[in-house]
Design a protein around this ligand. Sequence first.
Ligand code: PLP
Length: 379
Amino acid sequence: MLHIERAEGVYLYGPDNKSYIDFVSGFAVSNVGHRHPKVVQAIKDQVDRYMHLAVYGEYIQSPQVLYAAKITSVLPESINSVYFVNSGAEATEGALKLAKRYTGRKKILSCNKAYHGSTHGALSVMGNEYYKDAYQPLLPGVEFIEFNKEADLLKIDEETACVIMETIQGEAGVRVPDQVYMQALRKRCTETGTLLILDEIQTGFGRTGKLFAFEHFDIVPDILLLAKGIGGGMPIGAFCANRDVMSVLADNPILGHITTFGGHPVCCAAGLATLSAIIEEDMMAGIDEKEALLRSELIHPAIKEVRGKGLMLCIQLDSFAQVEEVSKLCIAQGVIVDWFLHCDTALRIAPPLIISHREIISACNIIKNALTEYEMRAK
Ligand code: PLP
């Protein structure tokens, strides 16, 4: 296992000062790069004021208020309320509870090969039996549909509380749905009074070339899940919705979702600096070009397909043995790659948004050399 001593921008450094290009961004977290100076400064400033004060919601804490206001300012008008939590899984939990509570319905639809976190509720909507079996019984009333299959949308009916879906499936091996499918999904949810929960925990804040991936499909969710990259390296998540929807958590019973550390002021300060940096430094401007560069560089006989959108990509190979070995070779040569929970035959490519063209080219050369070396060894 790799020992890392420090990290800066797109690089991780070992004890011997050996550098590694982080081509996975700590699993879609370090979108603005490691230790972005504005994020580090915001953390230091907030630590000098206060850290934890009370359970979330008891006092007015400026970092929470300012960050929520910043997030809603970049969202469609209908999503005007933000509930901060600690992680992606907790955002999933909060959203499932909110959908059940708001609709008064019990049925939940999720997708095969979905990943929404690892707590009991989030595990219940995971679309992979292998990871769930040992923890049964899980939440009742959860059914699964095939991602991007229009015929399955008929399973959404008047008894469905919500459909929870990644806008672009991540752990399935980066699956981008069709625009017509996403629009049909939105229509069917609206027709049946079902809340559409879009999980943008991996796609969120610029990774796909837009701040939120749902913008590519010209739809708006009822509930939006955020985490990972929104803290600039600090742990924070959020579920966001219309105020009318969110308000049902306020009473009957009161305190519909309680969290001690959710919206931690230091994490919110870091998050605000992160989102401000993405916008002010125009980090999404070059994403399409970077995707095109990656696609043009990643040509090799062993590569079956490069899938994905923006800087959320994967390289489809043949087998797990190949993926594992090639990953090791890449790491030895200074590029961090990985694979996916539900797709271990593809390499994960998700560098920080700030990666340069030169760094992309040099990382791609290392990947191609590793693929060639693997082929030669296998002969
Ligand atoms: N949703 C998606 C799409 C994810 O990729 C992840 C984590 O990989 C989660 C939810 C869970 O987030 P966390 O690990 O912060 O609980």
